[in-house]
Design a protein around this ligand. Sequence first.
Ligand code: GLY
Length: 388
Amino acid sequence: MVIKMTDEYRMEAEVFLAGVREKMEWVSEKNRDKIPYTTDENGNYDDRSDNGKNWNPDDGLNWWTNGFWGGIMWLLYQDTGEEKYAEIARSSERKMEKCFADYYGLHHDVGFMFLPTAVMDYRLTKDADARRIAMHAANLLAGRFNPAGRFIRAWNEVDNSDTRGWAIIDSMFNISLLYWASEECGDPRFRQIAMMHADTLRKNFIRPDGSVCHIVEFDPETGEMVRSHGGQGYAEGSSWTRGQGWALYGFANSYAHTGKQEYLDTAKQVAHYCIANIPENGIIPIDFRQPKEPALEDSCGACVIAGGLLEVAGHVPELEKDLYIRSAWKILKAIAQTRADWSKDCDAIVQNCSGAYHDKRHHFTMTYADYFFVEALYKLTGTGLLVW
Ligand code: GLY
C-alpha cells in the first residue's frame, strides 16, 4: 500500500534511495546472470541459479530467497524505467520456472519465490507466461493445505524428522500468492485456503503480549495443536525478530486483501510488541528475548519489521500513523547510517544479517535484507509496487 508521508520522511528516504540507485547500477551489471543470496569474504555475490552439485534439494535453484533478486530489479525498474532491470528480473523468473520440473525441492516458500518475480512481472507487463508460472506456483502452495488442522504445511522433511504437522509464521507472506490467484482468476478456493490458514495462525501463534512463536506443530491426522518450537529464534517461548516481522507485515497484508478487521488488529498487536522492544540505537537483535551477550543482530529482521510497520501505517486513521512511521524510520535510519555498505567493496548493501540464533555463522549479507530495505524506502517516498 502507498502511504501519504510527511515531507520530512520522504526527503530523508530520498537521500538513501539515491545511494541505492547508484549502487544497484553497477551491482546489477556485475551480477546480471546470477541469482544471488549472499556475498563471499571479498564482497562478491554467490549464484544459486546453477543448481550446483553440492546443494541439497532445497538449495540451488529451489532456494527460498531466489525471488528477491528479481524483486529488487522490478522495484528499480518501476523507479528508473531502465529496461535492463526488467530483463534481469525476467531472466531470473524463467530460470526459476525450471524448479517445477524437479518436484522434490519445492516447498511452502513458492510465494516468496514467485510473488516478487512472476506476479510482479504479470502485474507490470501482463506477460502470459508470467501468469502461467504464478498460477502454477499458487496451485502447488494450495496443495499443501491440511484440511483437518486448516493450515499450510511448512517445509518437507527436515533432517529426517516428521514435519507433516508443522506450520510456520513465515508462511503469512506466502499466502499472498493465494490471494493474488483468487483475485486474478475469480476462483475463491485460493483465498479461502489463505484465510483458513491465517485464522489458524492467529489462534495458535500469537501470544497475549503480542509476541509470536516461529513454529507450531499440529497432529497431521486430527489437526490438534501439539506444541510450539523455538525454530530460528533463541528458544521455545522466545521471540525471533524476523518472525515477529513476518507476522506483523503478513497479517497487515491479509487485511489488505480481505478487509477482515481481526487481521489488522493482530498486525497492530504484534506491531506494538515490536515497538516496545526496539532498542534505543535502533539495532534489532536476532531474538527480542536473547541474552544480552553475545550481541547478535539481524538487520534483515529489522527491515522486515520496518516494512510491516509502514504497511500497518497505511491502514490506520491519520492520527495513528505517526507512531508506526516514526518507529519504522528509527530502524531504517539505523540500518542506512550504521549497517549499510554504500561502497564498491561489497555487492550487498545491508550488513549484519543472521539466519538463525543457533547457526554457527552470523552477521553476513542476504539479498532479502536488501530487498526489504529498498522496498521500505520506496514505501517511505510514497512510491513502490504492490508485491505482497
Ligand atoms: N523464511 C525463513 C527465514 O526468514 O529465514
